[in-house]
Design a protein around this ligand. Structure first.
Ligand code: C2E
Ligand code: CA
Ligand code: CA
Length: 291
């Protein structure tokens, strides 16, 4: 079991160069439209199309400039304002999805859910209401940490979210203490293999074996598999041979604003990210296909 997350002290926050995020700043930031979403495309390998994207939050802070999530999400989880950020994120993703559709691009959009919110009754009710919105095609990324404190409640809330039409992805799989017991019980649509395994595919002997067996395991449990942090054609080729369904990473596209994503996809050719056929990866195909 993972140790409970301890709130970060002011000293630790200062040492990591993190600004002090006050509750009223977050609330004012949401009211004043200082938050925005960027989207990172996900390529469905077999279909050869980008048909989903992950929403990642950014904060254009009036004093601190552009803040990435690692500068404020943890503090918001501690102070409790993460709920307000998450609801704004879901609603904004829904608005952006409708806008993208009007531009001719139909993408399922995934939003990250902090661990503590999965067992928050009011949040689950609000998320279900958004999921039932006409035309909504949204998903939620949860980590295994979400189920540790109250697994039964977490599993039953996941079922409620799915019944409301939301897809569920297990995020950062492998980065914590991945438990087979939880994996078997989480009613999820997608498993996302943590990027730490993907970036070391070419250098580690063990990680490719772990990735391959994780893909097989997830398929056996009825889930599709996304590999995060795919940066090279070689990693993409290897993951394809291993049967990975979806790839996400700088190779397909960096996180970008909705309008930039539409432009990016208009000129994006999945064939352009294929590995150069010089045998480096192809040489290993039979090995990865071995039963
Ligand atoms: P995550 O969910 O694992 O998101 C993926 C992170 O990896 C993103 O960082 C993304 O920019 C980065 N990334 C994507 N492709 C690549 C790649 O090919 N190589 C490498 N090295 N990195 C890549 P970002 O946007 O800074 O987000 C960091 C984390 O913040 C996210 O990790 C997620 O846990 C959290 N987060 C982001 N938005 C939200 C949100 O709306 N709510 C909550 N609760 N958490 C969020
Ligand atoms: Ca995520
Ligand atoms: Ca992740």
């Amino acid at each position: 079991m993972l140790p409970p997350k301890r709130p970060m002290t002011e000293l630790a926050r200062a040492a990591r160069g993190m600004p002090r995020v006050r509750d009223q700043d977050v609330i004012r930031g949401l009211q004043d439209n200082q938050f925005r979403l960027v989207y990172q495309p996900k390529l469905h390998v077999r279909r050869g199309v980008v048909d989903s994207a992950e929403a990642l939050v950014r904060w254009d802070h009036p004093d601190h400039g552009l803040l990435l999530p690692d500068r404020f999400i943890e503090a918001s989880e501690t102070s409790g304002t993460i709920g307000a950020i998450t609801l704004w994120t879901m609603e904004q993703a829904l608005r952006d999805q409708q806008w993208m559709r009007a531009q001719g691009r139909d993408l399922r959009l995934f939003v990250n859910l902090s661990a503590q919110l999965l067992t928050d009754e009011q949040m689950v009710i609000a998320l279900c209401a958004i999921g039932r919105h006409a035309g909504a095609d949204l998903g939620i990324e949860v980590t295994e940490r979400s189920v540790i404190h109250d697994p039964d409640l977490a599993f039953s809330n996941i079922r409620r979210l799915r019944e409301a039409g939301l897809k569920i992805a297990i995020d950062d799989y492998g980065s914590g203490l991945s438990s087979l017991t939880y994996l078997k019980q989480i009613d999820a649509d997608e498993l996302k293999i943590d990027k730490s395994f993907v970036t070391s595919l070419g250098t580690s002997h063990r990680d490719p074996l772990i990735v391959r067996s994780t893909i097989d395991l997830a398929h056996a449990l009825g889930m599709e598999v996304t590999a995060e942090g795919v940066e090279t054609p070689a990693a993409h080729a290897l993951l394809t041979v291993m049967g990975c369904d979806i790839v996400q990473g700088y190779l397909v596209g960096r996180p970008m604003r909705a309008d930039a994503l539409i432009q990016h996809l208009a000129s994006f050719d999945p064939a352009s990210i294929a590995v150069p056929n010089d045998g480096r990866v192809l040489r290993d195909h039979s090995f990865w296909k071995r039963a």
